[in-house]
Design a binder for this molecule. Structure first.
Ligand SMILES: [Zn+2]
Length: 376
């Protein structure tokens, strides 16, 4: 049986992507579980985090494949999920290996629908998994504090002075230092970029519930969280997304290195991402499934140069902070976000799906304990 073209798995809107996901889940014989979001989408549609599970609750190993942690990046992630659900050979391979699959569609459905990276609370979900009870101080980010007004300035476009201040920071701390300050996460500027929030978001509470329900008793838990916006266009970087202890890192590198691929990591500076990020999503695997041996990556697909993605993000946040922005300006910002986090070409989609399939098969192989299965 031949597979449909990759482009058939991708959709131009959250509403259309959700429809594809529901149809593919049904076609694969899976039932859907829906966690309704309290707000409407950009087209007035209902929003939800949808979960489709393949494999019984007696499975000892489970692989989570999730999309749209960063809303707008869901165009890509949802496409990968649809391609996997529609791939009968992959689904059969997981079944034969005794590995349950959990497809979590739209971790952040509001951001997906509205073309934003953040949740409806204005929060970067991948910086939100911290203890907000007050028992521990939230991470400080003096670099962001220094740049907050340059990044989201009072007027748009940014002034030459705004840009000169950013350039001066890069001069003093290096481009990587600038990236760290901007993207590492901050907890003091609610209208700013990469804001981690002051409380658990709706999305965090929902995914924590999903994990408790579906992975609360598995022995081995794997997670591939699908992202876009960093690295060379079309390249899927496998970024280690778990506690950086030696055993877990070695396991991730054994699984996702089995095809000759590389697993990069934040803590040793080998990834395209900042070297220190606070409050990441994978924390939920440990808090909700402490019994499981956890192994995870973010599969981060390149789109456009980082500077372009950052400019789109700044414009998006500027618009969100302005009560009176005309429709044309808002639409321009929305288009720039779409372009920055989704490449709407056949070629790109083919590369995305092929690398998504490879990573998912390697994870199934690793979780089944049958190293080498995916190499065949
Ligand atoms: Zn992302």
């Amino acid at each position: 049986m031949s597979l449909p073209p990759a482009a058939a798995s991708f959709a131009p809107s959250y509403r259309a992507a959700r429809r594809l996901f529901m149809d593919a889940s049904a076609a694969a014989g899976l039932t859907l579980q829906t966690f309704a979001h309290p707000l409407p989408g950009a087209e007035g549609e209902a929003l939800a985090m949808d979960v489709a599970r393949a494999g019984g609750f007696d499975a000892t190993a489970l692989l989570v494949i999730s999309s749209a942690c960063h809303g707008v990046e869901g165009h890509c992630g949802s496409g990968v999920q649809h391609a996997l659900l529609s791939d009968a050979a992959f689904m059969a391979e997981a079944r034969a290996a005794g590995v349950a699959l959990l497809f979590v569609h739209a971790l952040n459905p509001h951001g997906f629908s509205h073309g934003r990276r953040v949740t409806h609370e204005g929060v970067d979900l991948n910086r939100n998994f911290l203890d907000f009870t007050g028992s521990a101080a939230l991470p400080a980010n003096p670099g962001y504090d220094a740049l907050a007004l340059q990044l989201v300035p009072p007027t748009w476009p940014p002034t030459p002075e705004n840009e000169a201040a950013l350039a001066a920071y890069a001069q003093a701390h290096g481009e990587r230092g600038l990236q760290q300050a901007i993207t590492g996460g901050q907890y003091r500027h609610p209208q700013g970029l990469f804001y981690g929030g002051h409380a658990p978001t709706w999305s965090r509470l929902a995914i924590e519930r999903v994990l408790r329900q579906h992975a609360g008793s598995v022995q081995r838990l794997g997670w591939i969280d699908l992202h876009t916006g960093l690295g060379p266009c079309g390249h899927g970087e496998r970024i280690f997304a778990a506690r950086p202890d030696n055993a877990t890192l070695a396991r991730a590198r054994a699984w996702w290195g089995a095809d000759g691929g590389t697993v990069t990591a934040l803590h040793d500076g080998s990834s395209s991402a900042a070297s220190q990020i606070s409050g990441m999503l994978w924390q939920a695997a440990y808090s909700q499934c402490p019994q499981a041996e956890f192994t995870g990556i973010a599969l981060e697909y390149g789109t456009v140069p980082l500077a372009q993605a950052l400019l789109a993000l700044r414009h998006d946040h500027w618009c969100a902070a302005q009560p009176r922005v005309d429709a044309a300006q808002r639409e321009a910002a929305r288009q720039a976000m779409r372009t920055a986090f989704y490449v709407d070409t056949e070629d790109w989609k083919q590369q995305i799906v092929q690398q998504g399939r490879a990573a998912a098969r390697l994870a199934v192989s690793g979780l089944s304990g049958q190293a080498g299965l995916a190499g065949g």
